[in-house]
Each structure stands twice: as C-alpha cells, then as structure tokens.
Ligand binder design. Sequence first.
Ligand SMILES: *[C@@H]1O[C@H](CO)[C@@H](O)[C@H](O)[C@H]1NC(C)=O
Ligand SMILES: *[C@@H]1O[C@H](CO)[C@@H](O)[C@H](O)[C@H]1NC(C)=O
Ligand SMILES: *[C@@H]1O[C@H](CO)[C@@H](O)[C@H](O)[C@H]1NC(C)=O
Length: 357
Amino acid sequence: MRGSSHVLPLGVIAALMLSQVCSGIKWLALSHTPASLHINQTQHCKQLPGMVSSQAQLCRSNLELMQTIIQAAREVKKTCQKTFADMRWNCSSIDIPIDAPKYRPDLDRGTREAAFVYALSAATISHTIARACTTGDLRLCSCGPVPAEIPEPGYRWGGCGDNLHYGLIMGSKFSDAPMKMKRSSSHANKLMHLHNSEVGRQVLRESVVMKCKCHGVSGSCSIRTCWKGLQDLRDIAMDLKTKYLSATKVVHRPMGTRKQLVPKDIDIRPVRDNELVYLQSSPDFCSKNEKQGSVGTQGRQCNKTSSGSDSCDLMCCGRGYNAYTEKLVERCHCKYHWCCYVTCKMCERNVERYVCK
Ligand SMILES: *[C@@H]1O[C@H](CO)[C@@H](O)[C@H](O)[C@H]1NC(C)=O
Ligand SMILES: *[C@@H]1O[C@H](CO)[C@@H](O)[C@H](O)[C@H]1NC(C)=O
Ligand SMILES: *[C@@H]1O[C@H](CO)[C@@H](O)[C@H](O)[C@H]1NC(C)=O
C-alpha cells in the first residue's frame, strides 16, 4: 500500500484501528488450531488465527516453530486459569474464540489482569521453545550450552540443558511483534505490554535451576550429572501472580525528552524492571458487567474454611452462598496383586460444596 493514493472511508479506518487496539495477545487464539493441522507448508500460515502480519511472516520463515507456538498458546490458557482458579477474576476472558477475535474488555484496557497475561504469555512462549529444543521437537536448536562455571566435586555437567537462549530470542520475536508494529495500539499501551512481557522473561531467566541425576554403585550417588533446566511453568506463573498482586499503577508522562511510564502515586522514580505495571484500574469482578469484562462470581465455588481469596466471604463479595452436597465416587481399598495388577473398590463419599449467590 505504500505510496498508493487510495483513500479509505473513515469507517474502515476506525474499524482497522479498533481491531488493532489489543492485537498484542491475539495470537493466543492459536490455541484453537485444530490438532489435525500439520503445519509443513507456508500456505498453512494463512489458516492460523490471531496473527498480525509480521507474525505470519515469522510463521512462513520458521514453519517448524509453529507447532511449538501453538502448544505455548494452549499452555498460557491452561496455566492462567489454574493460577487464578481461587480468584474472582479467573482468567476466563483469555478464551478467545477464533471467529470472534474481539477481546473481553478487561484484557483490552491496560489493566492489572492484562499485565499478568502479557507477562505469562511472554514467559510461556520462550519456556515452551526452550523445552522443545531439549526434547528434540525442533531441528533448528538443541540442548543449551554447557555452563562455563566449574561444577563442585562429585558433580559434572552432562545431560541436556534447556535452551533458554534460543527460547528467548525466538519467543520474544514472535510475541513482541504486535507491539513493534507502527500502528498498533496506543503508545502507552505498547510500552506497558512490552514492559510486562520483559518482566515475564526476566522471571523465566531467574527460574533456571540446576537439575541432577545420580550415578554410582546401586544409587550411591557418588557422581551426579547435572544440567541447567527451567522450573515448571506453574511455578513461574505463581511468581508472576505475586507480582500481579503488587503491581504498580503507572501514568504515561513526559520524562526527559520522551513520554514514559512512571509510577502514579509514589514518589518520582522510574519503573522497576521486576514489577508489573498497569494503566487502568480493574473493577472488583463481583458482578457481571460485560462492558468491563467482568463475568461476576455468581455460581463460583468458594471455600468455607479458607481465609484467602477463595473464601466464601471474599469470593462471593458478601452476597452469601448456597451449600449443597456432592456425592463423590472414588477408587478405594486398592490392592496390589503379584504380578502385576491392582484391584480397587468404589467408595462413595459426600462432600459439602459452597457456591456464591
Ligand atoms: C505435510 O504433512 C502431511 C501430514 O503429515 C503430509 O501428508 C504431507 O505430505 C506433508 N507435506 C509436505 C510438503 O511435507
Ligand atoms: C470462571 O468463572 C465463570 C463465572 O462464574 C465461570 O462461568 C467459568 O466457568 C470460570 N472459568 C474457569 C476456567 O474456571
Ligand atoms: C479450603 O481451604 C482450606 C484452608 O486453606 C484447605 O485446607 C482446603 O483444602 C480447601 N478445600 C477445598 C475444597 O479446596
């Protein structure tokens, strides 16, 4: 289109701009890709939902990576919903249908919840790629480099470390692409999303731990083979949830020669590299409000004995709850028979459940 003199009608321009408002995590719609689609031709990139043009370009030049990125999109959804199962906002708004690529407004606006989702998405895509290098799912990368430091006596480097370096490069290329587009979103939103994505990747970098396997006579563990591996996504998500709870509200304001994000209420200081930031306050998510992207907590299960966010008091916002008894049928009295099978009986057990009014 460059250099052409076509004039678009205003309505079209408005629609284009609206559709760009929050394209930053639209790629999560990739989680809906049919499992049967085997991506081995560039034409397949067109069939994939939720990608901006530069991501489609990355798809065409890195076909091999796409199956892993689709897997990452599924992981983001699953992990977000698990991590927030005990909160009023339960990450249901992340579930973006293919045919209605419109966001629930809570992730459209620069809220605390959006901050978490961007950070988790950035961490997850790099995590999944780094792991795929290790498992041999990707041909373009393999195990991470052998660490430079000399291991302690009795330890030696070996095995196959997660390739965090490759994961970070390819992951950030893909997930940051929408924020690097000229016309996407407002400047403030882009800065917020890029910052939070980087926080997610920082948490991922800090999640590298030494993992070892024992060798030696009958498990004496006289020698350990070790490598650098990433913690599970679940742990990384819990770290990010802590950051979500203490996220900093920021404003977009001139600092020096350009506009930057600076903390709103606290004394003047730059935004820290390790804090999640948001521009807009969230609703309390107590009642249904489609405009604000709140589905409310009516019908949510709560915990009568908990004193945390899943307690009936907090979850139900003081509206009270209904109790009912659920009959659970479980395997019980299991017996191991030599060799090799297990038999169990089925037992019934009643549990009290509580759901918000
Ligand atoms: C792509 O994958 C499908 C399914 O595995 C296979 O039938 C087809 O031959 C492949 N095409 C190419 C170009 O490799
Ligand atoms: C989140 O809460 C809503 C409203 O109660 C409920 O309909 C939905 O199933 C929940 N989602 C998940 C993933 O638990
Ligand atoms: C409810 O909360 C208590 C205390 O935190 C916990 O021990 C218990 O497992 C929870 N029950 C359910 C059903 O989650």
